[in-house]
Design a protein around this ligand. Structure first.
Ligand code: FAD
Length: 341
């Protein structure tokens, strides 16, 4: 992360629509940089329903959401987009000298672009944080919102909080790796898939998992300087406190979406969506386009297939800004081909 870059188009959001816009821009010989708050591409498809089949993608009678994302990433790859993942775009400003836009992220990356495509869907994804005082000091040291590498937890005492599929899957997965697994949930009943719930109870019966229910997270004790965790305190509904000795806390309370900064950039909005001119997907600011779920025009359908068409319209309109005065002859992909094909 960090550094300053120059490109034709900065794409905010690497969901299905942002990904397809990279392909469309590439076909028009426009270079792209793509920024996403998530550490991976795929937007809602990858973050919310990777294994669900989608039935209304033209030409695919049935395709799992993650498989669609893999195909879109492969389709974009020949055009060498530059990815800036795990970063939220926080600022948008105009470079008065050149008229270019400068997109800035929370990690200090700056991208100067002739045009900006906002494909930000329902907003930047981030984990729902439990409201524990001082939790930030332990994040990425003893508190993790996702498991990147199971081995990191070998021999550790792990507290997992949450009652959904992520909490259950990781409790089961880490049962043989961690030295202790404690699962905290505010209800005795878990919400996950029935087979996972059964497995969890079986592991609890074998003494491999300690079910701490009904309890809620209450506090953290340790050394905030080094991020070393010693104790997770939990409370029941009557306020009785239990102290659990632990090295690691994994809170799994789902993802939140934050449109946040985008709403402050001076774009014309309609109920948390960006108003666009449908023919070009242009917003109220020159050179800024919005496509996919975040874009709003009369009779808009929030579907992936509409987003694909919007990506084509927006990149063609952006081309006139990136290459002013250059005449373009419309060509089909069958005529033009793609690099390396
Ligand atoms: P998103 O997929 O929301 O991606 C936007 C990306 O932008 C996110 O990754 C986000 O992190 C990023 N972002 C936002 N703001 C920032 C910022 N400031 N900085 C950095 N990154 C940012 N649609 C269909 O067509 N067919 C279906 O069958 C279907 N089934 C669905 C099932 C479920 C359970 C759900 C939840 C949705 C379904 N949808 C379906 C809807 C479909 O997933 C969305 O229409 C689609 O994902 C929109 O794509 P997008 O690229 O516009 O936005």
């Amino acid at each position: 992360p960090g550094g300053r870059h120059e490109t034709d188009i900065a794409v905010i959001g690497a969901g299905p629509v942002g990904l397809f816009s990279v392909f469309e821009a590439g076909m028009l010989k426009l270079k792209t940089h793509v920024i996403d708050a998530l550490p991976h591409v795929g937007g809602q498809c990858s973050a919310m329903y990777p294994e669900k089949p989608i039935y209304d993608i033209p030409g695919w009678p049935k395709i799992e959401a993650q498989a669609l994302i893999d195909q879109l990433a492969a389709q974009a790859a020949p055009f060498d987009p530059v990815w800036h993942l795990g970063q939220q775009v926080t600022d948008l400003s105009r470079d008065e000298a050149t008229g270019d836009w400068i997109v800035g992220t929370d990690k200090g990356t700056q991208i100067q672009a002739k045009a900006v495509l906002i494909a930000a869907g329902v907003g930047a994804f981030g984990p729902n944080r439990p409201p524990l005082a001082g939790i930030e000091a332990y994040e990425e040291r003893a508190v993790f919102y996702r498991v990147a590498r199971k081995e990191a937890f070998r021999g550790k005492r792990v507290v997992i909080a949450g009652g959904g599929d992520s909490a259950l899957d990781w409790a089961i997965e880490l049962a043989d790796i961690a030295s202790a697994i404690m699962v905290i949930h505010r209800r005795p009943k878990f919400r996950g898939a029935p087979e996972s719930v059964a497995k969890l109870h079986a592991l609890a019966a074998q003494g491999k998992i300690d079910l701490v229910v009904p309890y809620q997270l209450h506090g953290l004790e340790g050394d905030p300087e080094t991020g070393r965790l010693d104790v997770v305190t939990v409370a029941d509904l009557d306020g009785n406190i239990r102290r659990l000795e632990a090295d690691v806390l994994l809170p799994f309370f789902g993802l939140s979406m934050n449109l946040g900064p985008i709403l402050t950039w001076g774009l014309a909005l309609d109920q948390n969506h960006i108003t666009v001119e449908q023919a070009t997907m242009s917003t109220s600011l020159p050179g800024i386009f919005a496509i996919g779920d975040i874009a709003r025009y009369p009779h808009k359908l929030k579907l992936i297939l509409s987003g694909f068409a919007e990506a084509a319209s927006a990149t063609h309109a952006a081309r006139e800004i990136c290459r002013p005065g250059e005449v373009m002859h419309f060509e089909y992909s069958t005529t033009k081909g793609v690099p390396g094909a």
